[in-house]
Design a binder for this molecule. Structure first.
Ligand SMILES: Cc1cc2nc3c(=O)[nH]c(=O)nc-3n(C[C@H](O)[C@H](O)[C@H](O)COP(=O)(O)OP(=O)(O)OC[C@H]3O[C@@H](n4cnc5c(N)ncnc54)[C@H](O)[C@@H]3O)c2cc1C
Length: 445
């Protein structure tokens, strides 16, 4: 039997889609909109046993296989090349257990993040992983990208909330370590190796995630500031006075594009969305006003108000939609973020006057996002913008990806952030776990 017949026999007609049944499915590209090819087949296993058996077949036939989650990634990591198959865990979904004594939940990889969040909330807990794509992205994709998001400043990245992991290696071997304990020093930490591996080392099937108490007295405000030294002063004051759960900075270009005029009558040079837990936000803002750190602020009086602020930050309003956007997701020391923004904006517009750049980010964690509108998005133009952006980030001591990962779009620039020795170690790990190179080939390395 050929590979497709074997997979069809294993997974049945609903578990293995091929040919015309793939047309119209969203499997062609992730949210970077750079994918061109549909997979030749989409595997949709319903159990870990099926995932393992499907991988064993692909491995034996040397069939390249791309894990696909909610397709919200921004690095091209879930896109297929011609001839690749894809595997989706969308049918292996759901929260298996909320263990309120240990404060953990056991979740299947195909579960949409928002579903897992709601299940945790119904049980009286917070699942602290959160990002704008919550309604579509899946837990497996979140783990495979080690997603960050808005609340990293308080709760860390996915990795920091991952206690146990189950994944299937390229040859079908199931690694199941669904540990619920915080202390686990039993040899190499394969959980952290697989988290952030972008589908190149194994297919994530299940996870044990940490839960936290639901935040009390969650308060949200949006502040107007005159310059970046004020942003740093506000950050410093906030760190010493309140428990921050978000500190999101929007430069004027981004704030204006995303609907800032709905909040302030004039666009301030810098807008900061602050979210705190446990109270104290109004006192903080009063002091910041007195000290001249901020010159205006809106405090949310309801969840709907807070949502309005977040809609601007998350570019969720219609006016925020622009075509031909190239996304960047860099990390750098907070103190130099504005120097980087100014240098990057100037260099990009000098080299390519037809572009427009927009800057924002989870600056509390040193994570800056850049959207550059490159009319037409020709490969050579995108490469030129990449070069400017990444050369500057290397020169200023940052890294080329904070949270979206490398995928294909940043693969050629990985050497800007990793040494030759580190790259060789990564290649050795890949060769050891996937000697035939079938899992997500061409991604990351
Ligand atoms: C509006 C919007 C806002 C976003 N905000 C953030 C943010 O704040 N922080 C952030 O970190 N990201 C953000 N992202 C990017 C994206 O949502 C995350 O990277 C997310 O974790 C991807 O999950 P996914 O299920 O969509 O994965 P996909 O896009 O389907 O895949 C991403 C990668 O994971 C691999 N993968 C998927 N499922 C599995 C699996 N089960 N096993 C192994 N590998 C797998 C894929 O091969 C690919 O390499 C945002 C995206 C959008 C569109």
């Amino acid at each position: 039997m050929n590979v497709l017949s074997e997979l069809q026999a294993l997974l049945g007609p609903d578990g293995c889609l091929a040919g015309p049944s793939l047309e119209g499915l969203a499997q062609r590209s992730d949210a970077s909109a750079t994918g061109r090819d549909l997979p030749i087949a989409l595997l949709r296993p319903c159990s870990v046993t099926e995932v393992s058996a499907a991988l064993e077949i692909c491995h034996r036939h040397r069939q390249p296989l791309v894990p696909q989650g909610g397709m919200t990634g921004l690095a091209g990591g879930a896109n297929c090349r011609a001839g690749d198959m894809a595997i989706s865990l969308a049918r292996f979904r759901g929260v298996e257990e909320v263990d309120t004594v240990s404060g953990v939940m056991v979740v299947r990889a195909g579960t949409v993040l928002e579903t897992a969040q709601k299940t945790a909330e119904d049980a009286g807990f917070l699942l602290p992983i959160d990002l704008g794509a919550r309604g579509s992205c899946q837990i497996g994709g979140n783990i495979a990208t080690n997603a960050g998001g808005q609340r990293v400043i308080r709760y860390g990245t996915v990795r920091d909330n991952l206690l146990g992991l189950e994944a299937v290696l390229a040859n079908g071997t199931v690694l199941s370590h669904l540990s619920r304990v915080q202390k686990d020093n039993t040899g190499y930490d394969l959980r952290h190796l697989l988290a952030g591996s972008e589908g190149t080392l194994g297919v994530v099937t299940r996870a044990v995630l940490r839960l936290r108490p639901l935040p009390q007295d969650l308060e949200t405000a949006i502040c107007a500031l005159q310059d970046y030294s004020a942003v740093l002063a506000l950050m410093s004051l906030a760190r010493s006075q309140v428990t921050l759960s978000a500190f999101e900075v929007m430069w004027a270009d981004y704030f204006e594009l995303c609907g800032g005029m709905r909040l302030f009558t004039e666009i301030p040079p810098y807008a900061v969305l602050i979210e705190t837990e446990g109270g104290g936000l109004e006192a903080l803002l009063e002091r910041a006003l007195e000290e001249g750190i901020i010159f205006d602020a809106l405090v949310a009086q309801s969840r709907a108000d807070a949502r309005r602020f977040w809609d601007v930050r998350e570019a969720a309003l219609p006016e925020a939609h622009v075509d031909d956007i190239v996304n960047f997701d860099v990390s750098l020391p907070i103190t130099v973020a504005d120097d980087y923004v100014q240098a990057c904006r100037t260099a990009v517009s000098k080299a390519m006057p037809s572009t427009r750049s927009f800057f924002f980010g989870h600056i509390g964690d040193g994570n800056l996002h850049i959207m550059v509108q490159v009319p037409g998005c020709a490969d050579a133009d995108v490469h030129a913008v990449d070069q400017i952006t990444y050369d500057l980030i290397r020169d200023m001591g940052g890294v080329i990806s904070a949270e979206h990962g490398i995928g294909t779009l940043k693969r050629d620039w990985l050497g800007h952030s990793r040494s030759q020795g580190e790259l060789a170690a990564m290649r050795a790990i890949k060769a050891a776990l996937d000697p035939a190179g079938i899992l997500n080939p061409g991604k990351v390395l």
